[in-house]
Design a protein around this ligand. Sequence first.
Ligand SMILES: Nc1ncnc2c1ncn2[C@@H]1O[C@H](COP(=O)(O)OP(=O)(O)OP(=O)(O)O)[C@@H](O)[C@H]1O
Length: 248
Amino acid sequence: MAFLDIEQAVFTYPGRLPVVDGADWHMQAGEFHCLLGRSGCGKTTLLKLAAGLLRPQSGRILLRGQELAEPGPQLGFMFQAPTLLDWHTVLNNVLLPVSLQRKPTPQDETHALRLLEQLGLSAHAPHYPRQLSGGQQSRVALARALILDPPLLLLDEPFAALDAITRAELQDDLLRTCREHGTTVLFVTHDINEAVYLGDRIALMHGGRIVDDWAIELPEPRTQDMRHGIVFNEYCARVRAAMEKGVA
Ligand SMILES: Nc1ncnc2c1ncn2[C@@H]1O[C@H](COP(=O)(O)OP(=O)(O)OP(=O)(O)O)[C@@H](O)[C@H]1O
């Protein structure tokens, strides 16, 4: 039994051919999994199945061996747009998942402030989202996704709208924070370089299925200078060739 098992999952939007068509994917606890595939191949749909936001018409999604019925506090989400609430401060945005369940305690506030500190945002806790840059807003969204210490974090191209340098900084923040918290991560991207940098494993989706799942054996912690190394670029070339062929 893995931490998250997707077994023969099938999902079809009404009036369409199946988008997810017998996908099998198994994720071990504490690993960083990247889901890579061409645009429109069904990555977001598979992520929503893994989150319990959609139910498969056949097949099963098992979290720690239990069939997933609906999204719960065991899951943190982060999407491409930070989707912060403009009328709440940064601190209250981070606390939102707590507020939806109960009144935040002083301990919750301390936790939120610690996450903001880890992400270099301490000074912005009393500010409003409109006073922050795009990269800072993404960091707030990441802190919000982590506030309930979810064992599983699902991210759908969260850094796609950011410039290259901010994106690299956020990638390092994400890796460090998830390692510290022992979070299992499912990260959707169509950027090969990003997938190789972040992933312990990369799953390749094509034709509604996972057609390959590679272990990326780069040293830990990852550092930006690895991107220029031979091994890193060999991984990128291998993954690109598989994506171009459509199969591994
Ligand atoms: N709500 C919906 N209703 C009908 N079809 C949908 C819906 N959502 C997605 N699709 C279709 O399902 C297919 C897969 O979409 P999905 O967003 O899962 O792909 P993706 O790999 O994440 O794409 P991208 O990389 O471009 O974000 C696409 O053809 C899309 O048009």
